[in-house]
Design a protein around this ligand. Structure first.
Ligand code: GDP
Ligand code: MN
Length: 382
């Protein structure tokens, strides 16, 4: 789960990482009120989950209320790489002597944490990474040992952080690493991490991605979860507790097991179609679950056909079939279903479907995954 900058900063504060005073605003008037409180000059910052806001005109300095009005007015509603700005963060502006880059991520291949640190932080970091990669130092950290202050100090020297900032940056790395580990982040990035003329080290931006698998031990994440921007389909799926991801194709997909669901997407693609979603209904396939799954897919206006792909292992074919029949009596589907039912008790299941009195225009059964995919794609292209 990606956080907005203001949420990332809120999270940083919990780990003692210094950030600027400010507040969130959704209107120009609110922005002025927040600016008044934060103290001028302020920076007006677009809150969208995409990088390069500064270059896109989404970060502006304002010296008084008139300037806040102008910038807030321009930035609210602005489209930054397809993300429309609905919120802005207004914070007390900082004086900058130097901009550095620091991040922690998990290097899955190395099975270690990875620190990246650079003396050349700021909006050009991608450029630095492409043209001058040795300006970004990388340090692998064994998660069992963690990051020691000695190792952090060495990294700071290796990255050629100037002497006046070394102690502060090393201390900041320790705090950011604590945020990354104890805070269960997939990513904790500060760019720019600034040196102020006063010598203080300060986080001017925050990019935090939380590991949702750790949600159970972070009740405080609830407020972050509440602001996740899901589309209507995904919201409904979440309410039902379904493993659903909305896509933009025309074939609605229901499969049991994440692996089979992904293969189903591939097969639909292979025969020239496009999937409208990923949906894994897991091991059980009772009527409630099936009805919820069909309801979510039915709420997607792009869906022209529905491909149900079930391989029964523990899940039994006749249970799935009964679930579908009952679900179809509860949900008035706009699109026809093509089903491939295989595995445990598949034959019994197919018989239930065949004898349920559902017209062939609404439900067809195909013996193989490939046949079913072809039929579903054909229906979607009609
Ligand atoms: P990004 O472009 O989305 O990464 O947004 P940032 O929050 O990193 O801001 C981009 C750039 O704006 C920074 O690298 C700074 O150079 C500048 N900036 C942001 N906040 C301030 C501030 O408080 N004072 C000054 N002087 N510049 C700022
Ligand atoms: Mn930034």
């Amino acid at each position: 789960m990606d956080l907005f900058e203001y949420q990332g900063k809120q999270y940083f504060s919990q780990f003692d990482i210094p950030v600027s005073a400010g507040g969130v605003a959704t209107t120009v008037d609110e922005a002025v009120a927040v600016a008044q409180k934060a103290g001028y000059p302020v920076v007006v910052k677009a809150q969208v989950q995409v990088g390069g806001r500064g270059k896109a005109g989404g970060i502006k300095l304002a010296n008084d209320a008139t300037e806040v009005r102008t910038h807030a007015g321009n930035i609210l509603g602005m489209d930054i790489k397809g993300h429309v700005v609905k919120r802005i963060w207004v914070e007390n502006a900082s004086d900058i002597k130097a901009e550095y880059y620091a991040s922690f991520t998990l290097d899955r291949a190395a099975k270690q944490h990875l620190l990246m640190l650079s003396v050349e932080g700021g909006v050009e970091i991608e450029e630095v990474a492409a043209k001058n990669p040795e300006a970004i130092i990388k340090l692998h950290i064994n998660p069992v040992d963690g990051l020691s202050l000695t190792a952090a100090k060495k990294a700071v020297v290796d990255a050629k952080i100037p002497a006046e900032a070394q102690a502060g940056v090393a201390e900041m790395l320790i705090k950011l690493y604590r945020c990354f580990t104890e805070g269960d982040c997939d990513l904790a990035e500060i760019n720019p991490l600034i040196l102020k003329p006063t010598g203080e080290i300060h986080a001017l931006d925050a990019k935090v991605s939380l590991d949702e698998n750790a949600e159970f031990r972070h009740p405080e994440w609830a407020e972050f979860m509440a602001t996740i921007e899901l589309d209507a389909r995904e919201k409904l799926a979440r309410e039902y507790g379904l493993q659903y991801i909305g896509l933009d194709g025309t074939v609605g997909i229901i499969a049991n097991g994440a692996g089979l669901a992904m293969s189903t997407l591939d097969v639909v693609n292979q025969v020239g179609g496009t999937a409208a979603n990923f949906l894994d209904i897991g091991g059980g396939a009772n009527a409630d679950l099936m009805a919820h799954a069909l309801e979510v897919i039915n709420s997607d206006k792009n869906v022209k056909s529905i491909f149900i792909n079930i391989f029964g292992g523990i899940t039994r074919g006749e249970e799935v079939a009964k679930g579908i029949v009952e679900a179809m009596s509860r949900v008035d589907l706009r699109a026809p279903i093509v089903i491939r039912l295989d595995g445990t008790n598949a034959q019994e299941g197919r018989e239930i479907l065949a004898n349920a009195g559902i017209p062939a225009s609404k439900l067809t059964s195909k013996p193989t995954m490939l046949d079913a995919a072809r039929a579903a794609v054909e229906l979607a292209q009609k």
